[in-house]
Design a protein around this ligand. Structure first.
Ligand code: GUN
Length: 280
């Protein structure tokens, strides 16, 4: 029997628990979300983040900024938020327009308010084994999901497809920290199948619809689908050919309803974590 890794149900449980902790402490955490331009997918994500934040007692402050904003003007917005004691957490929605240097932007966010864990200080602490102020939301959500379903990570072969700073790289570190043997594959990897066929755990974060097919996985593998693509017919599709892969897999995330809701739950957990660090 294939286990469905139900991120929707787990995230709801996490958010109810979080709302209880926020209310019990009469806490007023505040999350600033900078949204540059009008990327349709980002707009949907930001709206959802705003809605979920309000539902748990976190005050969202969404700053929609023009897609042509200069690097300096964007940095100034971050400086203002960094200095505002009422703001506990700052998120800059990715992707940013081409003309913006995203590295410089995330480096400018105070590490104490860096809810995504993208600032080099938090990345460095994750890699070196120190405690970051926050760790990236998507890989953190995936670890929570694996833990919830008691999926062993130690000694497993984990193959990650995608090497982004948002998912692939921090995911590799977090699985390595839990004693998996980790391989990162990417768009230049030759013979992807030769890696995935040996994987006990596959995390795919590419945005290539149905990249992972049944012939690429071994029986009982754990399949985590982070991908989100919009097909020509308007349907949202993950990286995994769910229909066929789910027969073989030991456990698999639905998509939607797997990783996505966990990411938002971790964002709000991280917001409260930063609030607690700042107010203790
Ligand atoms: N775009 C897609 N995922 C994320 C995320 O986790 N954080 C931010 N800031 N942007 C994203």
């Amino acid at each position: 029997m294939t286990i469905l890794l139900d991120g929707k149900t787990l995230s709801t449980k996490i958010l109810i628990d979080l709302a209880g902790r926020i209310s019990a402490q009469n806490a007023k955490p505040k999350l600033a979300v900078i949204m540059v331009g009008d990327n349709p997918a980002s707009q949907i994500y930001v709206k959802l983040k705003e809605k979920r934040a309000k539902a748990v007692g976190i005050e969202p402050l969404v700053l929609p900024l023009d897609k042509n904003i200069s690097q300096n003007a964007l940095l100034e917005h971050i400086d203002i938020l960094n200095e505002d004691p009422a703001i506990n957490a700052i998120l800059v929605q990715m992707p940013l327009p081409e003309h913006i240097d995203a590295e410089q932007i995330v480096s400018r966010i105070s590490p104490f308010k860096d809810v995504d864990g993208f600032n080099p200080i938090n990345v460095g602490n994750l890699v070196s084994g120190s405690t970051p102020y926050a760790v990236p939301c998507t890989p953190l959500g995936i670890i929570k999901l694996l833990n919830e379903y008691k999926i062993t990570i130690a000694e497993k072969n984990a193959v990650i497809i995608g090497r982004s700073n948002i998912v692939g790289k921090p995911m590799a570190q977090m699985l390595l920290d839990r004693n998996a043997t980790v391989t990162i594959c990417h768009s230049k990897t030759k013979n992807l199948k030769s890696f995935t066929q040996n994987a006990d755990i596959i995390v795919s974060a590419t945005g290539s619809p149905k990249l992972i097919t049944a012939d690429m996985i071994k029986q009982n593998a754990v399949i985590i689908d982070v991908g989100v693509s919009k097909l020509e017919n308007g349907k949202i599709c993950g990286d995994v050919d769910f229909e066929n892969v789910s027969y073989l897999a030991g456990a698999i995330t639905p998509n939607p309803g797997g990783v996505g809701p966990m990411t938002i739950a971790m964002l709000l957990e991280n917001t409260f974590r930063l609030y607690s660090q700042q107010t203790k």
